[in-house]
Every structure is written in structure tokens, then in C-alpha cells.
Design a protein around this ligand. Structure first.
Ligand code: TRP
Length: 336
């Protein structure tokens, strides 16, 4: 059986190491399985739901996110890349799905709830924002995706999509495919920020970006949160909660050396600067080739946009097909 896999990112900034370990690496593995058909969506409509007054923030990041995709090795020969807003069928599906979801159900979506708090909308929640889980259900079902690789925070979106699929198929007829979420392995789930904060995020300013220069990466590593009680080199240090070791565990390949460093650090006599220099080396091994490829693609932005356009055109055909089936099932395909 062939898997249809759809996932996407909001283009509100460049992608960082948190995205890389949390989901991008997963996609690299998936693209190499000939049983998989992958769609990757730049979710600009969704990004606009809380950036209506600031559309350039969204439009200007489309190219950046696409460059990040290509830089890590996602291959347009194997993957269909699409821009959400260029597929009007998605918005149309959303209109029909909205009738199957109550306002109360949307209010209970924990991710949306948390975002409403975090974004301090108060009483002024944009309606488009409030209903974005329904629009996400359209993204997924339009391509009949059966697998959706996403972060833990997207679990509620998957549940809501599954409910919409059930409701639609039950109310009209079996047209939609129920998708399953694919979540990152426990230890890979969430990369903390360089400040030790639970999550790497743009708004917290604690990220290392795929596009960061070698100097920037080095500077960020040098400012990393370690063990605040490890003042003198001779002091015994703590490894748990120390971001340098957390990152070494995620990115390092020489596990034996890392264990030795941990021992030494715990005993005392190993300075922060030394372990940071090693982490810089480890990160460079991963980020260096990504950066080079990114610079190559960045020389020809028209070609990158061309990849997105071709993918969007291909994706639109698929979405139009599903929309027609949906309308037929509802008995509103009046002219066909
Ligand atoms: N909500 C996702 C995020 O914030 C982005 C997204 C939009 C998405 N549409 C999707 C993810 C469809 C998976 C499937 O990261």
C-alpha cells in the first residue's frame, strides 16, 4: 500500500534546529521510501490567521522556508511542495467542514486554547484563527493523506481532523480518508532552546537557525545555558539540564567520547569553553553542508519559486478531485 503523507509549516520565520530534529529529519527518511508519496505545504493561509495586519511577514518567509527544505536535502523530484493559499479548493472544503464542527468543540481544542492565551487575543480572537483546525483538516483530507508527521502540539489538530472525517463520511458517504498522526520519538520530541527553556522558538529568541552562519552558531553555543553552579573549572558540574550536553546527546555521533566528557565534567576539571568548542564542531559537521546547499539554492530564487509553483499546480488537481467528490457526496455538484 502506498502512503500519502502530508505535512506543513507556517512560514513565519526561518526553520531552526528544533524543527530539524523534531520533524525535518523524519521527512528525509520518508522521502526515500518508494511506498511514500509526500506533500509538504507552506501553510501561509494558516500563518495569516494571526498576521492579517502583517502579511509581508508571511509572504517574505515563503522563500526562506522553501530554501530550508531544499538545503536539508528534501528533494523536489520526490516531494510535491505546495503553497496553501494557491489552492482555493482548500478554502472551499473548509466552508463545508465548518458546518460539521461546533464552536464549543473548537473552544476545547487545547492547542488553540494555549495559543489564544499566549498571543493575548483576549476577546478579539480572529475568526480565521479560531477555525484554523478546520482548515488544517482540509489540508490533510484534500490529499487523502493517511499519515501526518507533526510535533506533539499538533495532536489536537489530528483528533479534530479525524472527527471531521467520521462526521463527513457518516453524514454523506465514505469519501474522506482518516489520517494518522506520526509523532517524533520521545527523546527527539522537543529540543530545548539554547537558554534551557523548554522549547526552541522564534518568539523566545533562543534558537539556532539552519541558515545561521558558522560565526553565529559559535556565538550562540558560547552563550548556551550550562550549569550555573559550575563556576571554576575544578568544580564538579551538572550534566542534566546542561544544554551543551543535551545538544551533544542529540547531535553527537561519538557516544563514547560524550560519555567520557560527561564523567569528566561531573568529576570537575572540565571547563565550559572546552565542551562548547566540541559542540560547535559537532554542530558544524551537520550544519556546514546544509548552509552550503542553502547558499547554492539562494542564488536562484526564481527556480525555487518555480518548484513551489509546479508543486502547487500538481497539488491543485488532486484537491479539485477531492472537492468534486465531496460536493457529489453532499449532492451539490449541480453541473456535473
Ligand atoms: N499547524 C501546523 C504548524 O503550526 C502547520 C500546518 C498547516 C500543518 N497545515 C498542516 C501540519 C497540515 C500538518 C498538516 O506547524
Amino acid at each position: 500500500m502506498k502512503n500519502i503523507i502530508l505535512t506543513g509549516d507556517r512560514p513565519t520565520g526561518q526553520l531552526h534546529l528544533g524543527h530539524y530534529v523534531g520533524s525535518l529529519k523524519n521527512r528525509l527518511m520518508m522521502q526515500d521510501d518508494p511506498n511514500n508519496k509526500l506533500y509538504i505545504m507552506v501553510a501561509d493561509m494558516q500563518a495569516l490567521t494571526d498576521n492579517a495586519k502583517n502579511p509581508e511577514k508571511v509572504s517574505s518567509n515563503i522563500l526562506q522556508v522553501a530554501l530550508d527544505y531544499l538545503a536539508i536535502g528534501l528533494d523536489p523530484e520526490k516531494i510535491t511542495f505546495l503553497i496553501q493559499s494557491q489552492i482555493p479548493e482548500l478554502a472551499e472544503l473548509t466552508m463545508y467542514y465548518m458546518n460539521l464542527v461546533s464552536v464549543g468543540r473548537l473552544r476545547r481544542n487545547p492547542t488553540v486554547k494555549a495559543e489564544i492565551e499566549q498571543k493575548k487575543f483576549g476577546e478579539s480572537i480572529p475568526t480565521g484563527f479560531f477555525v484554523y483546525p478546520i482548515s488544517q483538516a482540509s489540508d490533510i483530507t484534500a490529499f487523502k493523506a493517511n499519515l501526518v508527521p507533526v510535533g506533539e502540539d499538533q495532536k489536537p489538530m489530528l483528533e479534530q481532523t479525524q472527527e471531521i472525517v467520521h462526521s463527513f463520511n457518516h453524514t454523506y458517504s465514505e469519501v474522506l480518508v482518516e489520517p494518522k498522526g506520526v509523532f517524533p520519538a520521545k527523546n527527539m520530541g522537543r529540543l530545548p532552546g539554547i537558554d534551557g527553556n523548554g522549547k526552541m522558538s522564534k518568539s523566545l529568541g533562543n534558537g539556532i537557525y539552519l541558515a545561521d552562519s558558522a560565526e553565529t552558531v559559535a556565538k550562540k553555543v558560547m552563550s548556551m545555558y550550562t550549569d550555573p553552579n559550575h563556576i571554576h573549572v575544578e568544580d564538579p558540574g551538572q550534566v542534566e539540564g546542561n544544554m551543551v550536553f543535551t545538544y551533544l546527546d542529540v547531535f553527537g555521533t561519538d557516544k563514547e567520547k560524550i560519555e567520557e566528557l560527561k564523567e569528566h565534567y561531573r568529576r570537575g576539571g572540565l571547563g565550559d569553553v572546552k565542551i562548547k568548542r566540541y559542540l560547535i564542531e559537532v554542530l558544524e559537521a551537520e550544519l556546514g553542508p546544509i548552509r552550503t546547499r542553502r547558499e547554492e539554492f539562494a542564488k536562484d530564487p526564481a527556480e525555487v519559486m518555480n518548484i513551489l509553483q509546479k508543486g502547487s499546480q500538481e497539488a491543485q488537481k488532486v484537491a479539485a478531485n477531492t472537492l468534486l467528490e465531496v460536493k457529489k457526496a453532499m449532492g451539490i455538484a449541480y453541473f456535473s
